[in-house]
Design a protein around this ligand. Structure first.
Ligand code: TXA
Ligand code: MG
Length: 516
């Protein structure tokens, strides 16, 4: 007799506030529910293959701000709203306690996941947890549940605490699409990294995620391999490449000497989005440095990048994985769209957390000089090594300590990072173009108040006007709009502080025109 194989089902566990609906604080009135616009589509796709559960902490009940009846009423209304879109949530699990109550059900405890596993025969090893708080991403980890982190709610605020190994996504829809492509993410990623390292060892090209943007990598000590990068990107040979390393020790081979300043910066900011330009050692081939005497080095913090470099056993030269002069990729799909067929392996590690490139700091002049603003700000650097200069971006040579005139970052061209659609950087959204097919990119809702006559499509980079979240969304939003056949894209200048400085730098270079 044929035996029927009973197979457990995989599930997707979801946080509620900030993940499927806007996080408005203690939500007690169903009238205040704001379902994210992508939630229906995302859950619709997922529900074809996964059982869906919501697991939420509602500490406001323990603190007397909400009653459990109010919470249940909100969840009942949400159930109806989702059911109207054909989506079933198998069960709503609520922890009504505060952390000080010492309960067993508060996230990241896997209490409710174990309950679901028993009640619905769920295979936790093939399941996912999606949420906008680090505790969401860790819930059920020990049982094999794969955690995913969203920027959509509190995401940007707690990013510093989040384990670098957890992949991040701008919202629920991107997370859902990634799950459907990677049903066995841990295994698939490990396999892709091994294939990527093999390709690098053979002199091939591997595109990989870093915390800033995706890179297109080759063995930095193999000039033939590095030349392939220039060909794939259509990049001129006078634009040198950053060599990526996985340890402080790896740097010492690439440079003449490591100054005390360099050491202090490395100890403070590595791994992370800071690239240091130093005098190169003889093993670094000319093609990497565009024939100059300096080499740019950085240690990325993305664990996939570090694992790849370690396995390849060589420093990895990698520019951003886009065609020369165009917008940098912050997810694997962006790399595919520009460079499909031009690399040997592409490792899909989700979205980049920082979203703009590393800060490039030259240590070869009399004073340190920022050649490109990026993920680490001038103030942060100055707090470690004292005053440094910042490039005007005019391409004028730098006077070095030994009296040599050295180049600035040759890659810092006035036009760069550009979409195909005419792109304008503006102080505020214009209204004279109301008739044209246009779109506006703004930091937060207050840049385009409801009474604004702007009629184009509006893309808000961060509903809470958080610059870090905005930076992580910037290139994605530009690339999405660029596919829509618009006549114009307007971006409103960011506040000139923190990572906003790097964003304004990229927006200025991407723009045909800056309008004050
Ligand atoms: O975040 C990043 O830095 C990303 C990821 C992949 O690590 N990489 C990146 O690389 O943005 P790329 O090639 O797009 O930009 C490297 C910048 C260019 O402006 C280049 O001119 C500059 O660094 N650079 C590289 N080597 C240099 C050197 N020896 N001296 C001065 N500038 C250098
Ligand atoms: Mg949340």
């Amino acid at each position: 007799m044929k035996r029927l194989l009973f197979r457990k089902r995989p599930a997707v566990f979801l946080d509620r506030d900030g993940t499927i609906i806007e996080d408005v604080g203690a939500l007690g009135d169903p009238a205040d529910i704001r379902v994210f616009p992508d939630t229906g589509r995302a859950l619709g796709k997922l529900s074809k293959k996964y059982d869906l559960f919501v697991v939420s902490n509602q500490g406001a009940v323990s603190n007397g701000i909400l009653t459990i009846t109010q919470v249940n009423e909100v969840n009942r209304t949400l159930t109806e709203k989702l059911a109207a879109q054909g989506i079933t949530i198998k069960e709503w699990y609520v922890c009504p306690h505060d952390r000080k109550d010492g309960c067993q059900c508060i996230k990241p405890s896997s209490y409710f996941l174990q309950k679901a596993a028993k009640a619905y025969a769920i295979d936790l090893k093939r399941s996912f947890f999606i949420g906008d708080h680090p505790h969401d991403a860790y819930t059920g980890k020990e049982a094999g549940v794969f955690g995913m982190y969203l920027f959509s709610g509190h995401g940007a605020r707690h990013l510093q605490e989040l384990d670098p190994a957890v992949p991040v996504f701008p919202g629920i829809l991107q997370a859902a699409d990634w799950i459907l492509k990677h049903p066995h993410p841990a295994r698939d990623l490990a396999k892709a990294v091994r294939a990527g390292a093999r390709a690098l060892k053979k002199g091939g090209l591997t595109a990989f995620p870093t915390e800033t943007v995706y890179g297109l990598g080759a063995d930095a000590l193999d000039s033939k391999a590095a030349e392939k990068i220039f060909k794939a990107k259509e990049r001129p040979f006078n634009d040198p490449l950053i060599s990526h390393v996985a340890s402080k020790k790896d740097v010492t081979r690439l440079v003449k000497k490591l100054s005390s300043e360099a050491e202090a910066l490395i100890d403070r900011f590595w791994p992370g989005p800071l690239t240091l330009v130093m005098e190169k050692s003889s093993i670094v081939p000319d093609v990497i440095t565009a024939g100059t005497k300096t080499v740019a080095v950085r240690m990325p913090s993305h664990p996939v990048a570090l694992d790849l470099i370690r396995r390849a056993g060589c420093p990895v030269a990698a520019p951003s994985a886009n065609l020369f002069g165009r917008t940098s990729p912050t997810c694997a799909e962006h790399v595919r769209a520009q460079l499909e067929g031009k690399y040997d392996v592409l490792i899909d590690g989700g979205y980049c957390r920082v979203g703009v490139e590393s800060t490039v700091l030259s240590l070869v002049g009399k004073l340190p000089r920022i050649l490109r603003p990026g993920g680490i700000s001038q103030e942060e650097i100055e707090a470690v090594i004292g005053p440094c200069l910042s490039n005007t971006g005019d391409g004028s040579p730098i006077e070095t300590s030994d009296g040599n005139k050295d180049h600035q970052s040759p890659g810092m061209l006035p036009s760069h990072y550009a979409p195909k659609t005419p792109f304008f950087l503006v102080a505020k959204l214009p209204v004279e173009d109301a008739g044209t097919k246009c779109a506006g990119i703004i930091l937060g809702p207050k840049e385009c108040p409801p009474e604004s006559p702007f009629t184009g499509e509006l893309r808000v980079l961060s509903p809470s006007s958080d610059l870090k979240e905005a930076a992580a969304n910037l290139y994605r939003v530009i690339q999405e709009l660029d596919k829509q056949g618009l006549e114009k894209i307007y971006a409103v200048r960011m506040p000139h502080e923190g990572i906003g400085i790097a964003m304004n730098d990229r927006l200025t270079r991407a723009a045909e025109k800056s309008v004050e």
